[in-house]
Design a protein around this ligand. Structure first.
Ligand code: IVH
Length: 664
């Protein structure tokens, strides 16, 4: 019982990291093996049955901040296997159950996150995540921003129809997104699946649109479907305008199924999106109904998963890199090994927790996988080959560059060096970031030149770049007359760089390009931002406490204030061009809390309207709140609090009237 209990707890934790946090702790294969182990133990001990066991339920992706919607038909998972033998067994067993030959539709198993999209009278009305299989998160607004999801169906569609499919981030968009995140020292997504499901749960739908998600539909549900087979129905679904993969195949026997598997195991590497296996489905809807479901899987379908490409190699050393924000990243140095066509010598170890979860020891033999991911990853340690005297890999306590004692914030996984102004890679890193293309875009100064400037002492901080003279530059290696003049011209030109990019360039921890834009849109000058409270900042979509606290900490450091004052004197833009003028001052002096789901405008639009009309957005109900603008599903706690404090609750129509009334 204890073993079963521990395994259930462990699997639930893996599921939470995978589905909610989008940061898997172990590989899919390890997870699947542990799940199989639990299934085996539970079968051996029926007295331990528990309907809440992870073997009986699908992993939940439910998150705060979304309205929950009940699925009309439960959203299940698929039984899976890594063995062709088990695919054969499934086929034979199914044949026995239906008592005759049957057709199988083979499809690619897309590696993204599942979605249910409902159309009523041809109009997209709702998009919901799998959630816990019974209720999911309402992400309709975000799905509306996915390019290949039509707002309206075409042709002879039924009145009510629900499509199930996978939301994916194509490799190209994934790599672009990760490059951007790397530039901004934001945590990278481990794979396109995590990127897709993280993106689908963003609160800023425009950002969702920018990230280039795609949807592939693989199942259609409804009371009045025109077709009697899965294959026929998918063809119809395509006619109605939904995106269905052209790579599915109707197979009439097991040989055809096996040929499909063999073909796609190789050919999938050329696809624009990630796949992790093949799905086999019984074609006839009648037979599907006859076969039915287990607690969490249909009996009429099975997934065959591809083996991830893997190599075993030796860990030679763990080294540590210090980034521009001081974050210390452990790196595994490996004996060179060939993997998916490239030579692998290093793999990131992310942070201390990751090293611990691997239970990494010095000189361990480790499995590395790429699976198309940019950075090779250590997925497991081969403990059977461990030297018995091997020491556990710990984490360094002092900065490898400047010797300062490292610190770690409670809720963060990273250790960092707090010596911002004295630790060389941090200073050089900040200068590199400052001149980089997306920041101040100062051409002609790259990382080597920064290193040179720093080491010769002609510029040892950002503001010093603007006091560089022609003679200073000529002293640098390889700087002729022309390159020195160019750099001076570039520096002069950078005075025209808009405020939002200056804000990004000064390198506030966790303030990347997108966040800088959002802050700049809300706080029109650096002085306004400096005076902003945490509460005011977190009212902006996608700005959480962590970012807000970093902004406050940045301005609390006198050295940063000195830098900003110096940059201001050198003529850099410290405020936005057109101050966002209020459209009116009808709501001046009012603080309005917007809560719930709305029909006429989105929550974001209401917030913008409030500001544009001179009002303030409140984040929580207090005695200072003038009104609560409540949508259809405002929580009972808020309502109760409002009543207690005597705050008036208004709906969308009242709000429209409020704007109009004041006009009259
Ligand atoms: S059919 C009732 N077909 O895999 C089962 N699923 O591991 C409906 N997936 O939750 C699923 N490609 O998100 C099906 N061609 C495909 C698929 C597919 C990817 C995902 C889906 C599902 C998961 C199960």
């Amino acid at each position: 019982m204890k073993e079963i209990d521990d395994l259930r707890r462990e699997l639930r934790e893996y599921e939470r990291h995978y589905y909610v946090l989008n940061q898997p702790l172990i590989s899919d294969k390890e997870f699947d093996l542990k799940m199989k182990e639990l299934e085996r133990l539970e079968a051996e001990h029926p007295e331990c049955f528990d309907p809440d066991s992870p073997t009986q339920k699908v992993g939940s992706d439910l998150q705060k901040g979304f309205r929950q919607v009940r699925h009309r038909y439960p959203m299940l998972s698929l039984g899976n296997t890594y063995s062709e033998g088990e695919v054969r067994e499934w086929y034979i067993k199914t044949k026995k159950m239906v008592g005759r030959d049957f057709d199988v539709v083979c499809e690619l198993k897309f590696d993204g996150t599942s979605i249910s999209i409902t159309y009523e009278n041809g109009k997209l009305t709702q998009a919901v995540t799998r959630g816990d299989g019974r209720v999911g998160d309402d992400v309709t607004r975000n799905v509306e921003y996915i390019g290949n999801v039509p707002k309206r169906l075409e042709g002879d569609y039924p009145e009510n129809v629900e499509f199930r499919g996978e939301v994916l981030m194509p490799w190209e968009s994934f790599e672009r997104l990760n490059r951007e995140r790397e530039d901004e020292e934001e945590q990278l997504f481990a794979n396109p699946r995590n990127a897709a499901s993280g993106t689908l749960k963003l609160l800023d739908s425009r950002e969702v649109g920018r990230r280039g998600l795609q949807t592939y539909i693989y199942y259609t549900l409804g009371e009045e479907l025109p077709m009697a087979t899965h294959y026929g129905q998918l063809e119809k679904t395509k006619e109605w305008g939904m995106n269905v993969s052209g790579d599915m195949k109707l197979c009439h026997n097991l040989d055809e199924v096996m040929a499909y598997i063999a073909h796609w195991d190789v050919a999938r590497k050329e696809l624009p999106v990630a796949t992790d296996g093949i799905v086999l489905k019984v074609n006839d809807f009648d037979l599907q109904e006859e076969l039915g479901f287990t607690a969490k899987n249909p009996r009429w379908a099975i997934a065959y998963k591809f083996q991830p490409e893997q190599a075993l190699t030796k860990l030679t050393e763990v080294t540590y890199q210090v980034g521009r924000t001081g974050v210390v990243t452990p790196v595994a140095n490996l004996e060179a090994v060939q993997l998916s066509g490239t030579m692998v010598r290093r793999a990131t170890l992310h942070n201390e927790d990751f090293i611990k979860s691997l239970d990494l020891h010095e000189g361990d033999m480790v499995y590395v996988e790429k699976g198309g991911e940019i950075i090779p990853k250590i997925t497991a340690v081969e403990k059977s080959q461990r030297n018995e005297n091997a020491k556990r890999v710990g984490f360094i306590e002092n900065c490898p560059e400047c010797g300062t004692r490292l610190v770690r914030n409670e809720e963060e996984a990273a250790w960092y060096c707090p010596n911002e102004t004295g630790c060389a890679p941090q200073i050089k890193g900040r200068m590199e970031h400052f001149v980089s293309r997306k920041a101040m875009n100062i051409d002609g100064i790259g990382s080597e030149i920064i290193a040179d400037m720093y080491e010769t002492g002609i510029a040892t901080n950002i503001e010093a770049l603007y006091s560089l003279t022609y003679n200073d530059l000529r002293m640098l290696d390889g700087f002729a007359d022309k390159s020195a003049r160019n750099v001076l011209a570039e520096l002069a030109k950078s005075r025209e760089v808009p405020y939002e990019r200056v804000l990004f360039a000064i390198g506030i921890r966790n303030v990347g390009e997108v966040i800088a834009k959002k802050l700049a849109a809300r706080f029109n000058s650096i002085d306004q931002l400096r005076n902003a409270t945490i509460e005011e900042m977190t009212e902006v979509a996608d700005i959480g406490e962590k970012i807000a606290r970093n902004v406050v900490a940045f301005f609390a450091d006198p050295k940063n204030v000195t830098m900003i004052e110096a940059l201001r004197r050198y003529g850099l833009k410290m405020e936005g061009e057109g101050e966002r003028k209020a459209v009116s001052d009808k709501l001046a002096g009012m603080t309005i809390v917007v809560s719930g789901k709305f029909e006429l405008h989105s929550r974001e639009e209401y917030k913008e309207m409030i500001e544009a009309n001179g009002g303030k957005n409140g984040s929580s109900v207090s005695a200072k709140t003038t009104y609560i603008l409540a949508g259809s599903d405002m929580g009972p706690a808020k309502r109760e609090k409002a009543e207690k404090l005597g705050v008036k609750i208004i709906d969308e129509n009242d709000f429209a009237r409020l704007l109009k009334e004041n006009e009259d």
